[in-house]
Write a protein that binds this ligand. Structure first.
Ligand SMILES: Nc1ncnc2c1ncn2[C@@H]1O[C@H](COP(=O)(O)OP(=O)(O)OP(=O)(O)O)[C@@H](O)[C@H]1O
Ligand SMILES: [Mg+2]
Length: 226
């Protein structure tokens, strides 16, 4: 079974010639099918950690290991390929491309993967229906509500059937009802398709849906007791 491991990850940013240490010696291992939540106050480094785990950013020290490869050792092309085939990422601010329709946005990972074929186009329709955004498929993102945009970003992250889905505040900025809807969809989907969820969230309701909850505080990651 594949697992994703952070081995002694540290990250600092240089700001005005000073080093800002955001993550210190983080170790965590996530198996396929596992669901974890990472909590922590604003600025604690949750997004930074998710980006590093997903190979979107590089640690200052330490390694992310996936399928027995260190992500840092990979050439850009290999890393992109690993990400495309195994990881889905739902960004904190969804990052839908504003000039593309919802359906075109969802097709992007297929285009990158050279697999925008009939089967996958039908799959994209199924996912849009499942996430209740099919009626919106020809609209540009700005016409959609926050919850619809969030669901479109989730659809885009799922289109290549990732085994690991990273969710950065997937219910942030949503009202209770929408947050609850997205939360249930994600948990069902993870159960039905064996997708690991790695979720950064402030949302105490959502946190309750996870058996494993970690907290980032003062650059350290600790597992909270159940
Ligand atoms: N590229 C960057 N350059 C400099 N500083 C950065 C950069 N990215 C993040 N930071 C800083 O690192 C710290 C952690 O940021 P991060 O976005 O990971 O926090 P977070 O826990 O996700 O916060 P939030 O809950 O508000 O989303 C913050 O102090 C932030 O300003
Ligand atoms: Mg964040």
């Amino acid at each position: 079974m594949n697992k994703l491991e952070c081995i002694d990850i540290s990250k600092s940013f240089i700001l005005n010639n000073e080093s800002l240490s955001v993550l210190k010696n983080i170790n965590i291992s996530i198996a396929e099918n596992e669901r974890i939540a990472i909590s922590g106050k604003s600025g604690a480094g949750k997004s930074t950690l998710l980006h590093i785990m997903a190979g979107l950013d590089k640690p200052t020290q330490g390694h992310v290991r996936f399928k027995n490869r260190f992500l840092l050792d990979l050439k850009n092309k290999e890393l992109s390929q690993i990400r495309l085939l195994n990881f889905g990422f739902v960004y904190q601010f969804h990052h839908l491309l504003e000039d593309l329709t919802i359906e075109e946005n969802i097709h992007i990972p297929l285009l990158l993967n050279n697999s925008l074929n009939k089967t996958n186009k039908s799959r994209s329709i199924e996912i849009m229906k499942y996430l209740d955004i099919y009626e919106r498929k020809d609209h540009l993102p700005w016409k959609l509500s926050g919850g619809e945009k969030q669901r479109a970003a989730i659809a885009r992250a799922l289109i290549n059937k990732p085994k690991f889905l990273f969710l950065d505040e997937p219910t942030g900025n949503l009202d209770y009802e929408n947050a609850n809807h997205i939360q249930n969809l994600l948990i069902d989907m993870s159960n039905n398709h064996g997708i690991a969820l790695i979720t950064a969230t402030h949302d105490n309701e959502f946190i309750k849906a996870f058996k494993k909850v970690y907290e980032l505080s003062e650059s350290k990651l600790s597992e909270l007791n159940e």
